[in-house]
Write a protein that binds this ligand. Structure first.
Ligand SMILES: Nc1ncnc2c1ncn2[C@@H]1O[C@H](COP(=O)(O)OP(=O)(O)OP(=O)(O)O)[C@@H](O)[C@H]1O
Ligand SMILES: [Mg+2]
Length: 159
């Protein structure tokens, strides 16, 4: 059985996209992924890969750096992709509608620390750590407390 935290070494953007697609396939409305890590770590690459894996018809998936939120319609769920780096105040997440979306949509959130303690406790946290020696390698740590993720991420136990 897989346990939190679980660490993976992803040696290329393609490896990260593959993990994102596998995680994407187990996501349901009400699931939230918090994407942690420094600038350029791979948070948007991961979120974009999740979104593209779930879209029926491929479309542009821009970084929500300036819009803060981008939403997508898929067959089974609405997806909210947020980048809170430029959030001016933690209260702004209510105005964005993100707090409501945590219950109804699949949410992928970059820079979650900007919303303080409002991050949902049932979220999966995916942390990206660049490797100082290998440009395309990321150490990725998956953390959760909600047992639903132990079931959803069970596919990693076979790797
Ligand atoms: N193993 C890897 N996993 C993910 N991205 C990688 C990997 N190796 C190289 N990269 C590259 O690193 C870059 C990550 O950029 P990305 O915009 O995803 O970072 P970010 O964490 O969203 O940064 P920001 O905090 O500015 O939003 C991309 O150009 C991606 O191709
Ligand atoms: Mg980003």
């Amino acid at each position: 059985m897989i346990k939190s935290p679980t660490e993976l070494l992803l040696k290329s953007p393609e490896n990260t996209a593959k993990l994102a697609g596998r995680i994407g396939s187990v996501l349901q409305p009400g699931d939230c992924i918090l994407l942690d890590g420094p600038i350029g770590a791979g948070k948007t690459h991961f979120a974009r890969s999740v979104i593209l894996s779930l879209l029926e018809h491929p479309e542009d998936v821009p970084s929500p750096t300036f819009t803060l939120v981008q939403t997508y319609e898929t067959d089974g769920a609405e997806i909210w992709h947020a980048d809170l780096y430029r959030l001016s105040h933690p209260d702004e997440v209510h105005e964005l509608g993100l707090i409501d979306a945590f219950d109804t949509a699949i949410c992928l959130v970059e820079w979650p620390e900007k919303m303080g303690p409002q991050a949902p406790p049932h979220a999966l946290t995916v942390s990206f750590e660049p490797d100082p020696a290998e440009e395309d390698t990321r150490r990725v740590t998956l953390r959760w407390s909600d047992p639903k993720w132990t079931l959803k991420l069970d596919f990693l136990a076979d790797d």
